[in-house]
Design a protein around this ligand. Sequence first.
Ligand code: CP
Length: 310
Amino acid sequence: MIKKDVLGIRDMSKEDLIEILDTAKEMKKIIEGEKISDILKGKTIITIFFEPSTRTRLSFEMAAKYLGAHFGNIETKTSSVVKGESLIDTVRTVERMKADVIITRHNMSGAPHLMAKYLNASIINAGDGLNEHPTQALLDLMTIGEKKESFKGLKVVIIGDIVHSRVARSNMWGLLKLGAEVRLAGPATLLPKTFEKLGVKVYYDINKAINGVDVVMGLRIQLERQKSGLFPSKDEFVRYFGITSERMRLAKKDAILMHPGPINRNVEISSEAANSGYSVIEEQVTNGVAVRMALLKLLCERRKNNENNY
Ligand code: CP
């Protein structure tokens, strides 16, 4: 059974991952059907994001509503956070309004872990600094699982700004636990060789990295970080590390192309490749709702089973 909080993939077992993915499959039937259920009737779900988001925040809202929960959102820019209220005081206030699950994104690695320590409500990490983005990895795993027979021996390459990517870290943990071979590719300034200690292969030549893989996963190049000189220019990054349809042809014939979004079109991925038959980017978005429904369901069930401890 999953823990009280969903803080990262690193501390999940393979069995946890399988339970979540199996539950998400069931939840997808609700999305594709009437989009209403009373599984979370009487439960209160709150989102509080300290960083921008389109997909993650809204998909949690839709997940809560499709399952019949009460739902609230705090806009941090117009909340008492701007008056200097502390992180813990803010989330304790939310908890006292009888929140069962609080979902948060923060630029500080470890912020959700800190909240989890102080609160009885379950915390879901929707992205913390450079650390993890567990729900993104879960939706990615679900999408791969729908397209491929087994994770065992599957070759997956993650390309781009690895060093700043919490998506890459969470996917790496999840894919390794499920038995896939993980390759990382990017410029040396965005991909330290030390990642190899974690059991992945590091490539500085994208063509070699893509060769023969089942799954190609692009990452958002964080253009704001160009100022710090981590790669010479955007054009150079596109030339040496951009994912194009031509490069996709180096992968297996039935390879899929993924990206967590938002996309910088014609930077880390060409517009043509993003719209091509390889792309499952839009399916990832739908699966994002399904895995978040699954997590809310499993966490609330766990809370019910451990009622005396909350
Ligand atoms: N992939 C992802 O986390 O997207 P958002 O920033 O839009 O939530």
